[in-house]
Ligand binder design. Structure first.
Ligand code: PHE
Length: 345
């Protein structure tokens, strides 16, 4: 046994002197020290020896193993250093592409929308995602017990779970970016032009078209003599800018308690050019936004005199817009973190 070990040691060290590159070194390490390696096998066999032999052979085998490990490390260092010195550099070869991340498709379109709205004189602002019932509903002409509350499947926060003394605060995850309307009016007064991109939350069963979190972009313009014509003009600019072609915008009556009149805004289908196709459900039009003229009660809640000022508001489904622009058929892909999806943008 002892001789066998010493012979093996000689054999390994001779082979080691012939090793020229890291790969050969790795192969050699596996051949002898790997799970099925020759030296490993011998080490396993030690268990069957007499106690006396176990001691002597065991120690020897372990010494050889350590020595070998040490040597392999040494040789690896030598090879790597040499490799560096001798490496040929061909400066004419194209560089290796460095993989860097990029912006999420939602962020890309959000940035484009912000630029477009900036150019129309809108200021881009933020608002809280965890919002008071007041700003999410009441200031928007939706009092408690108003049936319109049923339209939005709200996540209510259990007041008992709050760390504050005031257990009376009603907090919700905002169901729409309209929650920032009254906040902006209070803070900046009239005239006002703001755009509010952001996440909104609804307690919905998820499927390809619905998720519990999605993105919207709110627009609000208040000034003297604002009309629906201004609203349509702004939306026309925005949609044409995002889809990079001159699209048509049409409005239909719609109901939202915070606007009067309330409108649903459609855009001519960019895929079929109004002829009708599966994307537009064969209607030639795509539903893009809810909108309308700001209700006098909302202006009042924001401290603005409805006798002097009027305004329009719109809420674009940002997630839906991106889905339409790129033909994405499942909203859940946005938050999937799947690189096969993300790397396409
Ligand atoms: N907040 C509405 C929604 O989420 C959209 C909307 C915004 C409608 C502004 C009218 C005016 O459905």
């Amino acid at each position: 046994m002892k001789n066998k070990l010493l012979q093996l040691k000689d054999k390994i060290f001779t082979e080691l002197t012939n090793v020229k590159d890291v790969q050969a070194l790795v192969d050699l390490e596996i051949k002898y020290l790997g799970r099925k390696g020759e030296l490993t096998q011998i080490l396993r066999g030690i268990a069957n020896l007499s106690d006396e032999d176990k001691k002597i052979i065991g120690r020897l085998a372990n010494e050889i193993k350590e020595e070998l490990r040490e040597k392999i490390r040494e040789i690896k260092d030598i090879i790597l250093e040499k490799g560096d010195e001798n490496r040929d550099v061909d400066v004419t070869l194209p560089g290796e592409k460095i993989k860097i991340g990029h912006l999420h498709p939602l962020t890309q379109i959000q940035n484009e929308l912000e630029d477009l709205l900036h150019s129309l004189g809108f200021m881009v602002i933020d608002g809280p995602e965890l919002e008071s019932d007041y700003y999410c509903f009441e200031a928007l002409n939706i009092p408690p017990h108003h049936p319109a509350r049923d339209i939005q499947d709200t996540f209510y926060i259990d007041p008992a779970s709050l760390k504050t003394e005031n257990k009376k605060i009603d907090l919700v995850m905002r169901t729409h970016t309209s929650s920032v309307q009254a906040r902006a009016m209070e803070k900046y007064g009239a005239p006002l032009r703001v755009a509010v991109p952001g996440r909104v939350f609804r307690s919905e069963a998820t499927d390809a078209c619905h998720d519990v979190m999605f993105y919207q972009l709110e627009g609000l313009m208040i000034d003297k003599n604002i009309s629906i014509a201004n609203l349509i003009a702004v939306l026309h600019q925005i949609f044409s800018g995002i889809f990079k072609k001159n699209v048509k915008v049409r409005v239909r009556p719609g109901y939202f308690p915070f606007v009067e009149p309330g409108l649903e805004v459609d855009m001519s289908c960019t895929i079929c050019g109004e002829k009708g196709c599966p994307s537009c459900k064969h209607s030639g039009w795509l539903e893009m936004a809810g909108a309308g003229m700001v209700h006098p009660n909302v202006l009042r809640a924001g401290g603005i005199d409805p006798e002097k000022y009027s305004g329009f508001a719109f809420g674009i489904g940002l997630s839906r817009l991106v889905m339409m622009k790129y033909g994405i058929d499942d909203i859940r892909l946005f938050t999937s973190g799947d690189l096969r999806f993300l790397e396409q943008f």
